[in-house]
Design a protein around this ligand. Structure first.
Ligand code: SF4
Length: 267
């Protein structure tokens, strides 16, 4: 298991100048019909095109394990990574070991810098996310987004498991392929969502047919999970994201609450 903090993550900068790199990614978007490609076709293409600079970043929900399964089964040259907020469920830490063992693969584990977390806790308290949406987003930034930014500095292609039927916000914003800005630079990163058009039924059928490894929290009523403090199971009839930051639900009754941590904003 490779565990890295934001500081330690080795940066492998692209050899081509930023302008050329960005144009190359733009050409892919212009020339390839990503929306018509299957998930397997997209993963194969990313493996062949980016050679070690395409990474599936997953929190081990169904989409992530399904893509790891596809990649390993086909012998693709994709990297696998996860963001360890230092507040994950114990089941998730155990599941990381299980995935590595079952698929004989390495998961890159990105952790926040301890100094960053310590400063945030000293200033705002351990449970700042209960105070306001702004403080919750700040906590997600320090524990998650900054690690993701560090990870993306080592990649040209970020493969994510967003799906349209996870929330209204994702239905309106997620695409199979989109260019995003690397944090703090002009360099672009190609973000792929190979399963964006898969619904629950298709995903469940694939998992059952292929015997994909399933995170144990699904069996405890969690349709979505992240940190142990901020994710809860849902009741029948509730939306899939209702269990995330549940104390904010009342503020968004009937509204369009994106319920996002910030990783997928503005893209
Ligand atoms: S999910 Fe909660 S504890 Fe985890 S990073 Fe976000 S606000 Fe912080």
């Amino acid at each position: 298991m490779t565990v890295m903090t934001v500081d330690e993550k080795e940066r492998e900068f692209p050899t081509d100048p930023i302008q050329e790199h960005n144009e190359r990614l733009s050409d892919y978007l212009r020339d390839l019909e990503f929306e018509q490609m299957s998930a397997q076709q997209i993963l194969r293409w990313a493996s062949e095109t980016f050679s070690g600079r395409a990474v599936i970043n997953t929190s081990f929900q169904h989409t992530g394990t399904t893509m790891i399964h596809m990649a390993v089964t086909e012998g693709l040259a994709l990297r696998f990574a996860t963001l360890d907020t230092l507040r994950l469920h114990p089941e998730t830490y155990a599941f990381i070991d299980e995935v590595q063992s079952r698929y004989d693969c390495e998961i890159e584990i990105m952790q926040p810098k301890s100094g960053d977390v310590q400063r945030m806790v000293e200033r705002h308290g351990e449970y700042l996310f209960f105070d306001s949406k702004e403080k919750q987003e700040h906590c997600c930034q320090v524990r998650k987004d900054w690690s993701n930014n560090a990870l993306l500095k080592t990649a040209d292609c970020w493969i994510s498991g967003q799906r349209w039927d996870q929330s209204e916000y994702r239905k309106q914003t997620a695409q199979k392929a989109v260019l995003i800005d690397e944090y703090g630079t002009r360099r672009k990163v190609l973000k792929l969502n190979p399963l964006v058009d898969w619904d629950d039924e298709k995903l469940q059928d694939f998992i059952a047919e292929q015997n994909v490894l399933v995170h144990p929290l699904y069996g405890q009523g969690y349709p979505s999970f992240g940190c142990v403090t901020c994710a809860t199971p849902i009741r029948p009839g509730e939306s899939k994201r209702a269990g995330r930051w549940r104390w904010f639900n009342a503020q968004h009754e009937g509204g369009d609450d994106p319920k996002e941590c910030g990783l997928h904003y503005n893209i």
